[in-house]
Design a protein around this ligand. Structure first.
Ligand SMILES: Nc1nc2c(ncn2[C@@H]2O[C@H](COP(=O)(O)OP(=O)(O)OP(=O)(O)O)[C@@H](O)[C@H]2O)c(=O)[nH]1
Ligand SMILES: [Mg+2]
Length: 201
């Protein structure tokens, strides 16, 4: 079994947030607190340590007391750039990722991903959700991986590919389908921010 202390939680806050007007999304107020605080609150009890991946406002992110790491270059090439930076900096054998814009992430995220990873000796297990019509959706930025995948990811990125699902397909990977779709609700626009605040008040 993989113990909690062997897992680092990597919070992805390095995006451009263009649909939110280009501001730093992890720091926008959600129920009067920076959005990332809701993610820290849910993820911290599930892991041994936390890393924050951010490309702006590094000082403000560092006030949470966790290491803050940035992408290798500031081309904002997507979440895989955050994965790569996190894998390089990770002090433990496993890393689990969560985006800064999903404040209701499952409280059993790590438990279920770990169970799946152990069952099949997978290198990477990502979350999926089911919509009300029963269709399954990948939630690839919620993912547990072995830190030994760092080299594979470096190579993948160096070939110019940035598509997360294409990298997953190259690996010994699997998914866990979570019951609650709402736990993966993510805030991309000002409208979504208001809707989710109302729904979670
Ligand atoms: N490190 C890093 N993380 C990124 C990058 N782009 C997106 N992300 C993260 O990936 C997750 C999903 O990103 P999206 O919500 O699709 O993108 P976003 O950049 O936040 O917002 P949009 O620009 O509106 O698409 C979020 O946690 C982002 O912070 C990037 O270039 N670098
Ligand atoms: Mg998003």
């Amino acid at each position: 079994m993989i113990s909690q202390t062997e897992i680092t939680g990597l919070i992805l806050a390095g995006g451009r947030a263009q649909r939110m007007g280009g501001i730093d999304k992890g720091l926008i107020p959600f129920h009067h607190r920076p959005l990332i605080e809701s993610v820290i609150h849910r993820l911290r009890p599930q892991v041994g340590s936390i890393l924050i991946n951010a490309n702006r406002n590094l000082e403000q992110y560092s006030t949470y007391g966790f290491p803050v790491i940035s992408d290798d270059d500031l081309s904002f090439s997507g979440p895989l750039a955050g994965f790569a930076a996190g894998l390089k900096a990770c002090p433990t054998e496993y890393v689990v990722t969560a985006p800064c814009d999903s404040p209701l992430l499952p409280t059993n995220l790590v438990e279920l991903l770990v169970t799946k990873m152990t069952e099949g000796s997978f290198d990477l297990v990502y979350a999926s959700s089911k919509d009300p019509a029963g269709k399954t959706w990948a939630q690839p930025v919620f993912c547990l991986m072995r830190v030994s995948l760092s080299k594979s990811l470096e190579e993948f990125i160096s070939l110019g590919d940035l598509k997360i699902d294409r990298w997953f397909k190259e690996l010994n990977s699997s998914t866990v389908v979570f019951d609650s779709e709402s736990a993966f609700a993510n805030i991309n626009t000002p409208e979504e921010l208001l809707t989710l605040e109302k729904a979670s008040s």
